[in-house]
Design a protein around this ligand. Structure first.
Ligand SMILES: Cc1cc2nc3c(=O)[nH]c(=O)nc-3n(C[C@H](O)[C@H](O)[C@H](O)COP(=O)(O)O)c2cc1C
Length: 166
């Protein structure tokens, strides 16, 4: 077995183990240097602190969107509802016209907010930290809204709906 194959299967095994941790799904949005909306699907979103109100997500260093997310003072977390799986798929596809035909508006911090989500967090970019092959972004929540739609869930590389309470 070649060195590369060994590394790839080790990375896959780690990815699969990490995939046992079920999460929600969000689209993080900002605007690029031309002012056009940009965004990508994430499941690294996490609450950090209530006082001050801080949230966290991580961005792959190979992403095409490193520039807007490090350039701009604000970004927004759009938490996806269960009927937004097509959006999750579209916003994780390289080269897709991600905002084409979508309903969205600009929030107070100039961030694109997608219609039909279950919650929105408009954040001022607070700090960035090294996270290996990802960049950790911490933001201060300046505005938020909640629509309480049923969530879209992600587990083991597949999307799910919420089941019964345990
Ligand atoms: C469910 C799901 C969760 C993802 N979570 C992240 C994430 O937390 N951070 C990240 O950088 N990419 C994540 N990705 C990958 C991005 O959505 C996207 O595929 C990748 O960034 C390539 O597009 P880009 O170059 O426009 O960023 C996730 C993809 C999926 C399907």
């Amino acid at each position: 077995m070649s060195q590369t194959t060994t590394e790839n299967s080790a990375a896959l095994a780690l990815r699969q183990a990490l995939g046992e941790y079920a999460t929600g799904v969000a689209i993080v949005t900002a605007r690029d240097a031309a002012g056009d909306p940009v965004g990508l699907t994430i499941n690294s979103f996490a609450a950090v602190s209530l006082e001050p109100p801080l949230v966290l997500w991580s961005l792959g260093r190979q992403s095409q969107l490193i520039e807007p997310f490090t350039l701009r003072s604000h970004w927004a977390i759009n938490v996806l509802g269960v009927d937004q799986k097509p959006l999750a798929e579209r916003f994780s596809q390289p080269g897709a016209a991600r905002f084409a035909g979508l309903e969205w508006k600009l929030g107070a911090g100039g961030t694109p907010l997608l219609a039909g989500c279950s919650a929105w967090f408009e954040c001022r970019s607070e700090t960035r930290h090294d996270g290996g092959d990802h960049l950790l972004l911490i933001g201060r929540v300046e505005h938020y809204e909640r629509a309480s739609r049923p969530p879209l869930l992600f587990h083991g590389s597949r999307y799910f709906t919420l089941g019964e309470p345990a």
